[in-house]
Write a protein that binds this ligand. Structure first.
Ligand code: SAH
Length: 487
């Protein structure tokens, strides 16, 4: 799924936002930049509420930052669909769910052919696994995955959807002749009950604790930008733990992986820098004219304005559809999730101490002629394959595994890649290899448990091409650290 930047909060946006094409560098305009997921309250215009401070700090202040601004400080860190107050739920609806209630947005996802092809072949290519099974579609939206599950031979499909899109899903079931198999349930998957007695559903074991575990397969399209954004994984995990048969149940997708790579994206990086410079020049003019025309000196606010603009133009990740050759080194796997065993803690982000969050990239100039290191890009892949966890040893095997990549090698998906531009790019020198060593952390933002910040810390060294990693270092850069918000 994923909007992921469009028309979430239509109440305060013009219709212009509705028609920003999803693949057209959506973060170029301020309208689309503030549109998705950003409001902290229904009524406030959110453009400033989620801005972070730019961080170029001494070690002491870095430590302070870790406690206050970077590490998740959301109330319990949970999304409101679980245990949230009515007010928190209403805010979450306004910020997050309301866009999913629009067919316009569902269509954006339905028109993503890479996404559709992967789910279609995962379900229809494994019809033997669906035959006579009980399936749950977590977040059915328009209902497409539930229709496929029924067409693949499931005996009962529960299609759960929080928004009023549920009524469109019901129409779709009728029109496609599967209404007798698919039961659309409107509600948060965290709250709903299944009519398991009426449908005579049997759990895997007779213990009282497992009486709800009657589902053979959970299908869901829950992934956000850079996998975790939107935090819908929380809902999926809660649904899995409550409803899926623990030993024989299958998750579609079954595994997901997050990647990070240094990239060349100089043109876009320069545009952002240029826009930032323009905004600051305009500020100077504004201060002068306010003083001369209205007699008030606004100069005291310069630093705060600068910080705000820097966060907006330079320290926010950007949606991109990068060409394959933008990738400058072997991508690092920064997180791997087994959907049968991952936990709510996994969904909270990527934390220092996990060795996967550390990267060590080798950028060979001769492999990338003319390239410049402009930043890092993050994306994810999803596998639909047999279970690999110990408890699932006896689960049915999938005869036709399927795969979805949102990486630059695979062409357009509506997720694209998230690009984190460097404030100063790193030119490659012919005949030399640049090594980037560092780490990526990702945590939920303080104001909104569906949003994340990424902290990227790295240092670069150069050595002659062909020299081994511990060969002579020709140049060593200092440690650079930035915190970016994923808007
Ligand atoms: N399955 C559809 C839609 C995916 S978008 C498709 O593949 O095209 C994800 C959907 O999940 C949205 O429609 C959203 O409203 C719904 N959703 C998100 N969290 C939910 C929750 N906790 N309970 C029920 N529905 C949820």
């Amino acid at each position: 799924m994923n909007f992921r930047h469009l028309f979430a909060s239509l109440s305060f946006l013009g219709t212009e936002a509705l028609h920003t094409p999803i693949g057209s560098s959506p973060f170029r305009s301020r309208i689309s930049r503030i549109s998705a997921l950003t409001a902290n309250s229904i009524t406030s215009v959110p453009s400033t509420s989620l801005r972070r401070r730019p961080y170029s700090l001494s070690l002491k202040s870095k430590e302070k930052m870790a406690d206050s601004n970077f590490v998740n400080a959301t109330e319990k860190g949970d999304i409101p669909t679980f245990d949230g107050s009515e007010k928190a739920k209403a805010t979450d609806f306004a910020n997050y769910f309301c866009s999913y209630a629009q067919l316009y947005h569902q269509k954006q996802m339905l028109a993503d052919h890479n996404r559709m092809a992967a789910y279609h072949s995962a379900i229809m290519g494994n019809a033997d696994a669906f035959k006579d099974k009980v399936v749950m579609d977590v977040g059915t939206g328009s209902g497409i995955l539930a229709v496929w599950a029924a067409q693949a031979g499931a005996k009962r499909v529960y299609a759960v959807e929080y928004t009023n899109m549920a009524s469109h899903a019901r129409s779709l079931m009728e029109a496609n002749g599967v209404a007798d198999i698919v039961t659309v349930i409107q509600g948060a998957v965290e709250d709903i009950e299944l009519p398991f007695e009426e449908h005579n559903l049997q759990p895997e074991s007779d213990s009282e604790d497992s009486k709800y575990q009657v589902v053979d397969i959970i299908i869901s399209e829950w992934m956000g930008y850079f996998l975790l954004r939107e935090s819908m994984l929380d809902s999926l995990i809660r649904a899995r733990d409550k409803f899926l048969k623990p030993k024989t149940g299958l998750m579609f997708p079954s595994h997901t992986t997050m990647y990070l790579s240094p990239i060349h994206d100089e043109e876009e990086r320069k545009i952002s820098n240029h826009e930032y410079g323009g905004a600051m020049n305009e500020w100077s003019e504004f201060v002068e004219s306010t003083k001369s025309v209205y007699g008030v000196n606004m100069g005291v606010l310069a630093k705060d304005y600068e910080r705000e603009q820097k966060e907006y133009y330079l320290l926010s990740s950007r949606w991109a559809e990068l060409p394959a050759n933008a990738v400058l080194a072997t991508p690092a796997m920064v997180k791997q999730l087994d959907m049968c065993t991952c936990t709510l803690a996994d969904s909270k982000g990527l934390f220092s101490g996990d060795p996967n969050t550390e990267f060590d990239f080798e950028v060979v100039s001769d492999d990338n002629p003319g390239a410049i290191i402009s930043g890092y890009a993050g994306w994810f892949t999803a596998d639909f394959k047999s279970r690999t966890d110990e408890e699932g040893k006896g689960a049915p095997l999938l005869s036709n595994p399927a795969f979805l990549s949102t990486g630059p090698e695979n062409g357009y998906t509506h997720w694209g890649q998230q690009v984190f531009h460097l404030l100063s790019s790193i030119p490659l020198i012919q005949g030399e290899t640049t090594r980037l060593q560092g780490s990526l952390e990702m945590t939920r933002s303080k104001e909104n448990a569906r949003l994340y910040n990424c902290r990227i810390r790295y240092s670069s060294t150069r050595r002659k091409a062909g020299e081994s990693k511990d060969g002579k270092v020709l140049m060593k850069g200092g440690v650079v650290e930035h915190v970016y918000q994923i808007p």
